[in-house]
Design a protein around this ligand. Structure first.
Ligand code: GDP
Length: 468
């Protein structure tokens, strides 16, 4: 065990609910709670002598024996607990005031207030979970869609840990063989070792490349599909956003910290999270296509996974429409012929002749739409769902590394393996291989937390919520 101190925190949300949970972890968890926990007869309940994984009914009283609350106490003794230490949970009546009083009482009794994420950090430092699992805990809490949740649970189960362990094991065996051969050249021959290494490196590179490719989908799963709504001013972008969100009102969330220039909203299409970005900045420009709004829109387009291009059918097509299509031509997307409730000023063929020479654009689905009447909305949703689920995110039982830190470690691993492959190809001496092998081994270790520095570990856990 790394810690002696016993810590406590309120584990439930600060809003009033029907119950609240306080969590206490550490060597003194049982004896501390025992001092403030009484049965109906007013006798103390000695949790230290109770069986693990039991629930106890009783009352919390302060030092003057005044009643604070009627509670249930859950006992989970080391090592079979969340932190692998003795853990006691006090389930009291909901209400932040009661909870705070009990927490204050525990602190008076010598327990320290836990830092955010400290329970999970202890689970990690006590070896119960690895870093990929610890990060999955946070992802589970923050999951915004069923797919994201399933993915985080897979990671929490330890699938990433197992995969990385297997890859590291492969590398370690090569390192061991190489070191042994260099130490004892008389008995261990390195003949043909380059060929073996070439094969091993090829396999490792494939595996890492596959994980990296999946991590792109991982981001989509976790953060949603970044979907830009593009179009010249007045084409109906804001109306479109309102229209699509109104249908999904119950699951719309505002995203804090968004700028006034791009309006961002989230919604679900089927089981996929769509992160919609209205490039409202374009509105700020005059009739030229230069300006700050354009830069912001360009940035949004550069980071997008999908684009919904709006064209106004009630006014003639302009060079701005051409500009919008040109700028977004490399993204998958949909062309929405908006305001189709009004008298059309042009026919779709005209657009095709004028603008759709690029083959990427020819592949785009074209939908007659009206942000005013909602025409085309079911068709759009159906199309998006099929596009997102079946083609863009072929979600299955694969591993999706969703975390940016873990992804960077994969990128570093891939780089070391690439250098290794180059050394082998160039016929470099075998002792040089071990440097790249070590680097790849270390980089992979960062994912599971075996080779990360303490300050990075601290930073990761600080992002957690209180009581977790
Ligand atoms: P934005 O500048 O692209 O965000 O465009 P707005 O959403 O502000 O819409 C510009 C104008 O077009 C507003 O007066 C809307 O009411 C109108 N508008 C938008 N969509 C439609 C539509 O489908 N049909 C009709 N008739 N008017 C629309």
């Amino acid at each position: 065990m790394f810690y002696q101190e016993t810590i406590a925190a309120i584990a439930t949300s600060s809003k009033n609910g029907s119950i609240s949970v306080l969590r206490i972890s550490g060597e003194k968890a049982c004896e501390t709670v025992s001092r403030i926990f009484f049965n109906k007869q007013g006798e103390t309940i000695d949790l230290c002598s109770c069986e693990t994984h039991t629930i106890h009914y009783g009352f919390i009283k302060n030092e003057k024996k005044e009643l604070l609350d009627e509670v249930l106490v859950l006992l989970m003794k080391a090592p079979r607990s969340y932190t692998a230490e003795d853990v006691v949970e006090i389930h009291c009546h909901g209400g932040s005031f009661i909870c705070q009083m009990i927490l204050n009482l525990l602190i008076q009794e010598g327990v320290r207030m836990a830092e955010p994420g400290e329970f999970t950090k202890r689970a990690f430092l006590n070896g119960r979970i690895d870093l990929s699992q610890a990060e999955a805990v946070m992802d589970v809490i923050q999951s915004k869609s069923r797919i994201a949740l399933e993915n985080s649970l897979t990671q929490l189960r330890g699938d990433v840990k197992e995969k990385i362990r297997a890859l590291r094991e492969m590398i370690l065996q090569d390192i061991a063989f190489l070191e042994a051969a260099l130490d004892d050249p008389e008995h261990i021959s390195l003949e043909n070792f380059s060929d073996t290494m070439k094969e091993h490196t090829g396999t490792l590179r494939q595996e890492v490349a596959h994980l990296l490719k999946n991590s792109q989908n991982g981001r989509l799963i976790r953060e949603g599909i970044r979907t830009v709504i593009a179009g010249k001013p007045n084409v109906g972008k804001s109306s479109f956003l309102n229209c699509i969100l109104r249908e999904n009102r119950a699951i719309v969330t505002d995203i804090p910290g968004t700028t006034r220039d791009t309006l961002e909203e989230e919604m679900m299409i089927g089981s996929t999270l769509l992160h919609l970005i209205d490039t409202a900045g374009i509105r700020d420009t005059e009739d030229t296509i230069e300006g700050i709004g354009i830069d912001k829109a360009k940035t949004a387009i550069g980071e997008a996974d999908l684009v919904l291009c709006l064209l106004d059918t009630s006014v003639p097509l302009t060079k701005e429409d051409a500009y919008v299509l040109e700028e977004t031509k490399n993204l998958p997307g949909v062309i929405l012929l908006n305001k189709s409730d009004l008298e059309p000023a042009w026919k779709p063929e005209e657009m095709q002749d004028k603008f759709l020479s690029d083959e990427n654009l020819q592949e785009r689905k074209i939908i007659f739409f009206s942000a005013k009447t909602g025409e085309g909305l079911p068709e759009l949703e159906e199309y998006l769902e099929s596009l997102l689920i079946q083609e863009k995110i072929s979600y299955n039982d694969e591993l999706y590394i969703t975390n940016a830190r873990q992804k960077q470690a994969l990128v570093d691993t891939a780089e070391s393996l690439k250098q290794l492959a180059q050394s082998i190809e160039a016929g470099m001496p075998e002792d040089l291989y071990s440097i790249d092998l070590y680097n790849a081994y270390e980089a992979l270790g960062k994912i599971v937390g075996e080779t990360v520095e303490d300050d990075i570990v601290d930073k990761i856990f600080k992002e957690f919520c209180m009581g977790k």
